[in-house]
Design a protein around this ligand. Structure first.
Ligand code: C5P
Length: 294
């Protein structure tokens, strides 16, 4: 944590390089097999003590609520409630991760607040406890608490196994957000009655094993996302993004999470940056980023 007027924390986004929906559960969630990759696109959080015991969120982004529905607020409130704390906090949030994009921005923010306040408030809670609390806020939160570059997610995505064998692997992507939000509950609901389901060519273990042994080119053939066809059926613009990336010569292109953000695997950071610049010139309404795994 960097100290300058209170701690600054980077809150990274994720991509799902593999996301197979296995079955619907009794609690209405879905069991998944997913491969998470943490990427360099990040929001910044700052903490400032408040003497009045209240939680306040300061965020300039119009897409982010500043009330008690905000995941940063909920994470701080959960800690206060669980540990009967009277402390107040002002959380500053500088948002770069698009909201409602399939990039896990809200979950990442919640994880960062749990981890950050654990230090700021000297709670000394173990990561296993933070993970359990995080799972109550969102299925993707435990991944971010794990502090892993790559991890396997099971259960509803909340049972995390860190993949240390991939620690040295650095992948570069060009990432496109076509500037509209997608509701994750809606996509899972449509998934249950969707008739155009696609099946993976290989399983997630194959992808991990290929990535760890041979690097990106071999493993990337098995990128897979069960939700992509569902989101595309509701929002054909996702296919437009995919086509644009294929048209630039990329062949490993996929939607992340429930979308609509789409990523294309690049050979280098230079290629990712060049493609990002080309995309920004051609498609004025899209946001484009060059990102690497971190
Ligand atoms: O856990 P999270 O708040 O991110 O989930 C948002 C919604 O997405 C859930 O309420 C549920 O409808 C759906 N979901 C699901 N199965 C998962 C994760 C999310 O059905 N594994």
């Amino acid at each position: 944590m960097r100290q300058s007027g209170g701690p600054h924390i980077q809150s990274f986004a994720k991509l799902n390089l593999y996301l197979q929906v296995l079955n619907k559960r009794k609690d209405n969630y879905h069991d998944l097999s997913t491969l998470f990759a943490r990427i360099s696109l990040a929001d910044t959080l700052t903490f400032k003590e408040r003497q009045d015991g209240l939680i306040k969120i300061k965020c300039a982004s119009p897409d982010v609520p500043d009330n008690e529905t905000n995941l940063c607020y909920r994470a701080a409130a959960l800690l206060k409630q669980e540990y009967k704390l009277c402390r107040g906090i002002e959380i500053g949030l500088k948002k770069l991760i698009p909201v409602g994009a399939g990039l896990g921005g809200g979950s990442s923010n919640a994880a960062s607040v749990l981890m950050g306040l654990n230090k700021f408030w000297n709670l000394n809670l173990p990561a296993t406890r933070l993970e359990k609390l995080g799972a109550r806020l969102g299925s993707d939160v435990p991944f971010f608490i794990h502090n892993a570059k790559f991890a396997l997610g099971r259960g509803r995505g909340d049972k995390i196994k860190k993949l240390g064998s991939l620690d040295k692997l650095k992948l570069w992507f060009v990432l496109v957000y076509p500037n509209f939000k997608v509701s994750t509950p809606l996509i899972y609901q449509k998934f249950d009655s969707f008739s155009g389901l696609t099946m993976p060519r290989g399983d997630v273990k194959m992808l991990i094993s290929e990535l760890s042994k041979k690097g990106k080119a071999a493993g990337a053939g098995c990128f897979f996302n069960s939700l992509e066809a569902v989101t595309v059926s509701l929002y054909p613009a996702v296919n437009q993004v995919k086509k644009a990336l294929f048209g630039m010569g990329l062949d490993k292109v996929m939607m992340s999470g429930s979308g609509p953000a789409v990523f294309g695997l690049c050979d280098s950071g230079r290629q990712a940056r060049e493609l990002k610049n080309q995309l920004l010139k051609k498609h004025k309404f899209w946001q484009a980023f060059a990102v690497s795994t971190v």
